[in-house]
Ligand binder design. Structure first.
Ligand code: ZN
Length: 363
């Protein structure tokens, strides 16, 4: 699809020459036979490439009927692209390192760089970026390099569902080198399909010459049978993460129930607070009425004020404890609530024993 450039677009002109001008067939010096014009977006502004095409001047040489493009052209943009590599990398980085959405990327390109791409087109470049990334991840030489120091490896397989209702993405990871090996979306996750992925992992391990010490998964049936078939004798363990997640639900349910029971017992905060505030208000109006009186009774008033403040602080703390819903299955909120309320009880006990003979606490 051709991009419609506004008539007043101010293009920078980049002329590209063929550097090695010897004919590949006869060695003769080639001539310029044509020009190809290309327009593209770069982060520095719109660019018009003028690519000088060469061919062999000898009509009898096979090099005469073909043209050679400047070698530097693909280093600026791959063929068919309307953006340069700089924009391409910018898009890929925003998408995969910063997790921007396609509309967000499109909007920012337009606002900051006046680069007008459709959402479709951005999505297309994102897919290409992803493909390149995957290819780089799977490059055998890179992998060999990466695994040079490791004798053994640990593999894991997991099915992820990035979006509900879509097919499941099966990801095979190697845990010691911390690398995603490959991922494939399976429409039907039959035992055969899953085993095919596990067999692929086996080929990878063999190619790299590494022995597999362990497999880790959530142990769904297809994984258990597939790994048993392809890796006889290799231990297969539960993934601790999945194990915890499966445990978490009943734990949190029990915890939530316990919390409700506790909340039922700790009641009447508002009543206590109101009575403190009422007393304060009464005291204040008394003070105003009896301003010229001696300081002794004033001292009593402020003592009472301090005590009221302590009671209000306790109330605020207990309310905070009751409303604290933070914490996952490893730090269940109900358990934390029990501990915190226990500390409040202990604190009240200490205060009461020290203040023996003082005015009785509300609680
Ligand atoms: Zn030639």
């Amino acid at each position: 699809m051709a991009h419609r450039w506004p008539a007043d677009t101010d293009f920078a002109l980049w002329e590209l020459e063929v550097l090695d001008r010897g004919c590949a067939c006869c060695g003769r010096m080639m001539h310029i036979c044509d020009h190809r014009y290309r327009r593209l977006f770069t982060l520095e502004g719109p660019v018009q490439l003028v690519c000088k095409l060469n061919h062999c001047p000898d009509p009898l040489c096979p090099g005469h009927t073909t043209t050679k493009s400047p070698e530097t052209e693909p280093r600026i943009a791959l063929s068919g692209w309307i953006i340069g590599w700089d924009v391409f990398c910018w898009i890929g980085h925003r998408r995969f390192a910063r997790h921007w959405s396609i509309p967000q990327i499109r909007g920012e390109l337009l606002d900051s760089y006046a680069i007008a791409l459709s959402e479709n087109s951005v999505a297309n470049y994102v897919r290409r970026y992803q493909t390149m990334l995957a290819a780089r991840q799977q490059d055998l030489d890179t992998l060999r390099d990466h695994y040079r120091g490791l004798e053994q490896i640990i593999l894991s397989i997991d099915g992820l569902q990035p979006e509900k209702g879509h097919e499941t993405l099966y990801v095979v990871r190697e845990l010691l080198g911390k690398r995603v090996w490959f991922a494939e979306a399976l429409i039907s996750a039959s035992a055969d399909e899953v085993q095919r992925l596990i067999a692929l992992a086996k080929r990878w391990a063999e190619t790299l010459g590494k022995s597999v010490a362990l497999w880790i998964s959530d142990k769904q049936d297809a994984f258990v049978t597939g790994i048993k078939a392809e890796f006889p004798g290799v231990p297969h363990r539960y993934c601790a993460n999945h194990f915890l997640r499966d445990l978490a639900k009943p734990v949190l349910e029990a915890d939530s129930h316990a919390k409700v029971q506790m909340r039922k017992k700790v009641r009447g905060l508002r009543g206590i607070e109101r009575s403190v505030l009422d007393r304060r208000r009464d005291a204040t109006s008394e003070v105003i009425d009896t301003r010229p009186l001696d300081s002794a009774s004033k001292g009593d008033e402020s003592d009472d004020n301090v005590r009221g403040g302590v009671v209000l602080d306790y109330c605020a703390m207990v309310r905070g404890i009751l409303n604290d819903d933070q914490g996952g299955p490893l730090h269940p909120p109900g358990l934390r609530m029990t501990e915190a309320l226990g500390q409040v009880y202990a604190s009240l006990d200490r205060s009461l024993s020290v203040k023996k003979g003082g005015s009785p606490k509300h609680n």
